[in-house]
Design a protein around this ligand. Sequence first.
Ligand SMILES: Cc1cc2nc3c(=O)[nH]c(=O)nc-3n(C[C@H](O)[C@H](O)[C@H](O)COP(=O)(O)OP(=O)(O)OC[C@H]3O[C@@H](n4cnc5c(N)ncnc54)[C@H](O)[C@@H]3O)c2cc1C
Length: 671
Amino acid sequence: MAKLDSKVPKGPIADKWTTYKDKIDLVNPANKRNIDVIVVGTGLAGGSAAATLAELGYNVKAFAYQDSPRRAHSIAAQGGINAAKNYMGDGDSNYRLFYDTVKGGDYRSREANVHRLAEVSGNIIDQCVAQGVPFARDYGGLLDNRSFGGVLVSRTFYAKGQTGQQLLLGAYSAMNRQIARGKIEMFNRHEMLDVVKVDGKARGIIARDLITGEIERHSAHAVVIATGGYGNVYFLSTNAMGSNATAAWKIHKKGAYFANPCYTQIHPTCIPRSGDYQSKLTLMSESLRNDGRIWVPLHLEDAKAIQEGKLKPTQIPEENRDYYLERRYPAFGNLVPRDVASRAAKERCDAGYGVNATGEAVYLDFAAAFERYGQEQAKIKGIHNPSKEEIVKLGQAIIEEKYGNLFQMYEKIIAENPYETPMMIYPATHYTMGGVWVDYNLMTTVPGLYCIGEANFSDHGANRLGASALMQGLADGYFVLPYTIGDYLSDDIRTGKIATDTPEFDEVEKQVKDRLDFFINNEGTHSVDYFHKKLGKVMWDKVGMARNEKHLKEAIKEIKEIREDFWKNVKVTGGLNEFNQELEKAGRVADFLELGELFAMDALNRNESCGGHFREESVETSGPQKGEAKRNDKDYAYVAAWEYKGEPADAVLHKEELEFKDIELKTRSYK
Ligand SMILES: Cc1cc2nc3c(=O)[nH]c(=O)nc-3n(C[C@H](O)[C@H](O)[C@H](O)COP(=O)(O)OP(=O)(O)OC[C@H]3O[C@@H](n4cnc5c(N)ncnc54)[C@H](O)[C@@H]3O)c2cc1C
């Protein structure tokens, strides 16, 4: 078995990062001026990295396919960002955040990275406050916190239901300052289509100007990939429609190992699918589970009547409701982690208790919260003997203050008022914990090629806790990469500019152009979406919330067949040298069709249930955990890092054994 070098520094876990930073090589300020860094992606991870690297003095070239960094998918993040500040005085600490994240990830992440994440989490909040990010504050003006799934403290900082947007505006202003100083050259509407290696090191990229179609060469001393996750391999997901895996997949094909592709997060609280012509799904933030209670009817006949439109949820009395999360997991109740909540919803719906016409929905009900907050408000306002209506109204005002924009969004999409009737929710693909394998320095297996944010295999193991993605992306961009990249670049202070008129650039540019030409000239019969939808259906049905050997083997075969059909029969309209979104999509779907197969192979290889990866063959059959996912630490406590060898089916598995020295491996119980 090949050994992957994670480069985790020696020493006690709490000192590793500090000691490491003190010892690594630095690049002096004058030399930084001679070094170029390409950052692909300007969401929270790439935006924060680009701004910080430029502030440090490097020459940064930043790329995004949108018309502005402000439109990165990060803008969609609603609920919040975690940090171990212990502002609520409820016993939080770096250790607790570290512990919760490792446990939440079902013991499939690298301890040293997660501890570092916890250590820098507080700095992120300070940085963002200094940028003017308007985090919610309590009555006294102090930063407010709320709680997310899988933890017993309140450590989530938030800006209403628009945390990602506000954080992105912060990172964007930091970038803009550097753009104005000439330290960042921003390439909007540019898509990286491949990486260029020179002498084994990443030295540049080939990008397409999406407006003119022109193919460009860009060189640098290091390349940072910050291109987000690959949830859209499922076709329908809560990701932005443009989110894709092309950059990550292209670097995989050039030598970067791809880790744990099967680790996907299916988020429990999304607006249910409404039909075949839908292009994306909408998330209802996990923060809603602080106040909403999840239930389905206790009796099948009630569920049937609801499905047929003959009964309303408000007509079902309390005793005929099954608050199944509170019933099954009394310690965490509605705030169990996402994987647990999603599977529990699927279990109830599969058993016939779903609450919409398709039978794939459960209720998220705020009636109890209206009453609780209403009672409180009545006391505060000195209203004696308030009527039920008065209480509900007062309570609704509080909920509106906390989640008003989410309620409004729900009403716009479903055309039902969630203040009057419970919301309907169902799990949907949301986030990918898998991604490009990186070492402690966030460097891939290709020297000089880094990967940060959701695009890397991240610190979340097999399941990400809510509000931890923003934390990780910003930790990588503001506080980790800017240190670790210097250690590598210190060898490049005398290298000088990297030329682009070389055979290495010629060759990759030709590969890129040939592929684009193929798409435009292929006389196919089906649209790109036709294939994407077919892939998505296989992924959801056979590599979705529950997986088994039979289905996974079928999926591998079917995805390969769809891919072969795609290359024969895809039809791309429009031209090469113009703005052509069909052409963009074609390249992205071609990559999803390869990634999907590796994803299913990885799921097949991992014959254990862990986090978001649930194998039906691996379930507890007795004891208090009966029916719950069963992890197998003896055989699977490793990161599965796949090496590309030509076809997805030929990929070679390398294992990074995970060592748990500071956290004891336990059964993950939320009961
Ligand atoms: C609806 C929703 C709500 C969420 N809410 C939360 C939350 O409350 N808290 C939390 O912690 N997490 C949340 N998440 C997860 C979190 O938002 C993401 O994981 C995170 O924002 C990803 O940031 P990123 O910088 O890694 O990638 P992104 O924000 O996806 O940015 C990717 C960047 O890469 C660029 N790009 C991609 N490919 C190319 C290419 N080939 N060439 C050039 N540029 C390219 C894009 O233009 C973009 O700039 C949520 C996710 C969703 C879907």
